[in-house]
Design a protein around this ligand. Sequence first.
Ligand SMILES: C[S@@+](CC[C@H](N)C(=O)[O-])C[C@H]1O[C@@H](n2cnc3c(N)ncnc32)[C@H](O)[C@@H]1O
Length: 237
Amino acid sequence: MDIQYFPSTEAWGRYRQFLVDLIITHGCKSICEIGGGANPWLPIEFVEEHGINYLIVDISAEELAKADNRYQKLVLDITKPVTGELPACDFVFSRMLAEHVKDPLSFHQNIFRILKPGGLAFHFFPTLFAPPFVLNFLLPETLSYWLLEKVQSGRQRGGKRSKFPAFYRWCRGPLRSQIARFKKLGYQIVHYHSFFGNEGYYKRFRPLAKLDQWATSYLCRNPQPWLTSYAYLVLKK
Ligand SMILES: C[S@@+](CC[C@H](N)C(=O)[O-])C[C@H]1O[C@@H](n2cnc3c(N)ncnc32)[C@H](O)[C@@H]1O
């Protein structure tokens, strides 16, 4: 199992390359993105060039309608029993979905079911107990929405970004309890890359940004899995 720690700027900066590298290295041809909604992460040109069968699944027809119509789309709640609507896949991934899922057991079980033997699941999600996500978790939805608008002004520009309620269930760094959950479902943990810091949230508050930089650098040298802010989790069936 590969457990590593990095600053959170890398979580955003190398996401697409990490995703593409996994797909190419493992020769994945049947791919499903869960919660792809308005912003599917594989460019349609990449999908066509590599002859990939790529399906975007989302609970919201409204979000899916915002995505390019050249993508294959399916409206489905991934926590409900899957009964053949989803094809067998060799790669399933999600980005910023896991924290919104109320029933993480069904979520990860369903993905396990649709994966072919040896198939990979890759989830990129925010983790507790990073301070901005603790706040988002504790505050009423209207207040957390207002705060997010303050720290990320112009978030709605372009009309493609919405805010969804977040529960952060099973959204933790590489804690022993977290690893045990996935093993119990039958997964092998391939990579658990965790990230510290939330620089993006503090851009308008210089002292907080400085403090965040200092804490990030300290935690990367002295990792504490309870304090991570994001994770790349790669699981194998
Ligand atoms: C925060 S958005 C992330 C969208 C995109 N993955 C991204 O990174 O920009 C979360 C998405 O997950 C979808 N979603 C939430 N719960 C879901 C569920 N149970 N099954 C499928 N999709 C779900 C939402 O409708 C929304 O489109």
